[in-house]
Design a protein around this ligand. Sequence first.
Ligand SMILES: [Zn+2]
Length: 137
Amino acid sequence: MTTPRFWREIEQRYRGIGVQCEICDRVYFPPREICPHCRRESFGKMNERELSGKGKVLTYTEVHDPHPDFKLLTPYIMAIIEMEEDVRVTGQLVGVDYKDVETGMEVKATMRRLGEESPEGIIYYGYKFAPVKDKHE
Ligand SMILES: [Zn+2]
Protein backbone atom coordinates (compact mmCIF):
# COMPACT_ATOMS: atom_id res chain seq x y z
CA MET A 1 0.00 0.00 0.00
CA THR A 2 1.15 3.51 -0.68
CA THR A 3 1.70 6.49 1.57
CA PRO A 4 -0.74 8.86 -0.16
CA ARG A 5 -3.62 6.48 0.50
CA PHE A 6 -2.75 6.42 4.19
CA TRP A 7 -2.83 10.18 4.37
CA ARG A 8 -6.09 10.57 2.49
CA GLU A 9 -7.71 8.24 4.98
CA ILE A 10 -6.40 10.26 7.88
CA GLU A 11 -7.85 13.43 6.47
CA GLN A 12 -11.25 11.75 6.18
CA ARG A 13 -11.14 10.30 9.64
CA TYR A 14 -9.48 12.87 11.84
CA ARG A 15 -12.62 13.65 13.77
CA GLY A 16 -12.79 10.26 15.44
CA ILE A 17 -16.56 10.15 15.32
CA GLY A 18 -18.20 7.06 13.92
CA VAL A 19 -21.77 5.87 13.89
CA GLN A 20 -23.45 2.90 15.49
CA CYS A 21 -26.39 1.07 13.95
CA GLU A 22 -29.39 1.01 16.25
CA ILE A 23 -30.46 -2.42 15.03
CA CYS A 24 -27.27 -4.49 14.96
CA ASP A 25 -24.91 -2.33 17.09
CA ARG A 26 -22.19 -2.45 14.45
CA VAL A 27 -19.94 0.61 14.45
CA TYR A 28 -18.79 2.31 11.26
CA PHE A 29 -15.92 4.70 10.87
CA PRO A 30 -15.91 6.92 8.98
CA PRO A 31 -19.67 7.36 9.37
CA ARG A 32 -22.15 5.88 6.90
CA GLU A 33 -25.72 6.83 6.39
CA ILE A 34 -26.99 3.30 5.87
CA CYS A 35 -25.84 0.17 7.70
CA PRO A 36 -24.54 -2.23 5.05
CA HIS A 37 -25.45 -5.16 7.30
CA CYS A 38 -29.06 -4.15 7.94
CA ARG A 39 -29.67 -2.75 4.49
CA ARG A 40 -32.60 -5.05 3.77
CA GLU A 41 -34.32 -4.27 7.02
CA SER A 42 -33.73 -0.58 6.39
CA PHE A 43 -35.12 2.12 8.68
CA GLY A 44 -32.25 1.51 11.08
CA LYS A 45 -31.09 4.64 12.78
CA MET A 46 -27.40 5.49 12.82
CA ASN A 47 -26.29 7.19 16.02
CA GLU A 48 -23.08 9.14 16.41
CA ARG A 49 -20.51 7.38 18.45
CA GLU A 50 -17.10 8.57 19.49
CA LEU A 51 -14.43 5.91 19.28
CA SER A 52 -12.62 4.88 22.45
CA GLY A 53 -9.26 5.28 20.78
CA LYS A 54 -8.14 1.84 21.95
CA GLY A 55 -7.09 -0.78 19.49
CA LYS A 56 -4.50 -3.24 18.28
CA VAL A 57 -1.97 -3.06 15.47
CA LEU A 58 -3.29 -4.96 12.47
CA THR A 59 -0.55 -4.11 10.02
CA TYR A 60 2.20 -1.51 9.82
CA THR A 61 4.81 -0.14 7.51
CA GLU A 62 7.84 2.10 7.70
CA VAL A 63 7.58 5.18 5.49
CA HIS A 64 10.73 6.73 4.08
CA ASP A 65 9.30 9.29 1.69
CA PRO A 66 7.54 12.24 3.30
CA HIS A 67 4.13 13.23 2.05
CA PRO A 68 4.52 16.53 0.14
CA ASP A 69 2.02 18.27 2.43
CA PHE A 70 3.60 17.16 5.67
CA LYS A 71 7.06 17.86 6.91
CA LEU A 72 7.52 14.79 9.05
CA LEU A 73 10.86 13.41 9.99
CA THR A 74 11.43 10.21 8.08
CA PRO A 75 11.33 7.37 8.44
CA TYR A 76 8.13 7.11 10.40
CA ILE A 77 5.67 4.30 11.00
CA MET A 78 2.15 4.14 9.64
CA ALA A 79 -0.20 1.48 10.92
CA ILE A 80 -3.70 0.19 10.46
CA ILE A 81 -5.28 -0.23 13.87
CA GLU A 82 -8.21 -2.49 14.60
CA MET A 83 -10.22 -0.51 17.11
CA GLU A 84 -12.21 -1.90 20.04
CA GLU A 85 -15.33 -1.02 18.10
CA ASP A 86 -14.28 -3.44 15.33
CA VAL A 87 -13.42 -0.72 12.85
CA ARG A 88 -10.07 0.01 11.26
CA VAL A 89 -8.26 3.31 11.54
CA THR A 90 -5.05 4.37 9.87
CA GLY A 91 -2.57 6.52 11.73
CA GLN A 92 1.01 7.21 12.57
CA LEU A 93 2.57 5.04 15.23
CA VAL A 94 4.73 6.94 17.70
CA GLY A 95 6.69 6.18 20.86
CA VAL A 96 8.06 2.90 19.57
CA ASP A 97 10.89 1.80 17.30
CA TYR A 98 9.95 0.06 14.08
CA LYS A 99 11.84 -3.05 15.11
CA ASP A 100 9.80 -3.25 18.31
CA VAL A 101 6.38 -2.97 16.69
CA GLU A 102 4.36 -6.17 16.75
CA THR A 103 1.11 -7.17 15.16
CA GLY A 104 -1.51 -7.30 17.89
CA MET A 105 0.29 -4.70 20.02
CA GLU A 106 -2.16 -2.65 22.09
CA VAL A 107 -2.21 1.03 21.23
CA LYS A 108 -4.15 4.12 22.16
CA ALA A 109 -4.97 7.03 19.90
CA THR A 110 -4.09 10.61 20.68
CA MET A 111 -5.15 13.59 18.65
CA ARG A 112 -2.05 15.43 17.59
CA ARG A 113 -0.89 17.89 15.06
CA LEU A 114 0.18 15.82 12.09
CA GLY A 115 2.19 18.27 10.12
CA GLU A 116 3.25 21.80 9.57
CA GLU A 117 1.19 24.19 7.58
CA SER A 118 0.58 23.15 4.04
CA PRO A 119 1.16 25.62 1.21
CA GLU A 120 -2.50 26.63 1.66
CA GLY A 121 -1.92 27.43 5.32
CA ILE A 122 -3.95 24.55 6.61
CA ILE A 123 -2.82 22.64 9.66
CA TYR A 124 -3.67 18.98 9.63
CA TYR A 125 -4.67 17.09 12.70
CA GLY A 126 -5.19 13.41 13.01
CA TYR A 127 -4.75 10.36 15.08
CA LYS A 128 -1.43 9.13 16.21
CA PHE A 129 -1.18 5.86 18.06
CA ALA A 130 1.21 5.05 20.87
CA PRO A 131 1.76 1.71 22.57
CA VAL A 132 -0.20 1.09 25.76
CA LYS A 133 2.38 0.67 28.50
CA ASP A 134 2.29 -2.57 30.40
CA LYS A 135 0.82 -2.03 33.86
CA HIS A 136 3.75 -3.80 35.50
CA GLU A 137 6.39 -1.54 34.00
ZN1 LIG B 1 -27.06 -2.59 11.27
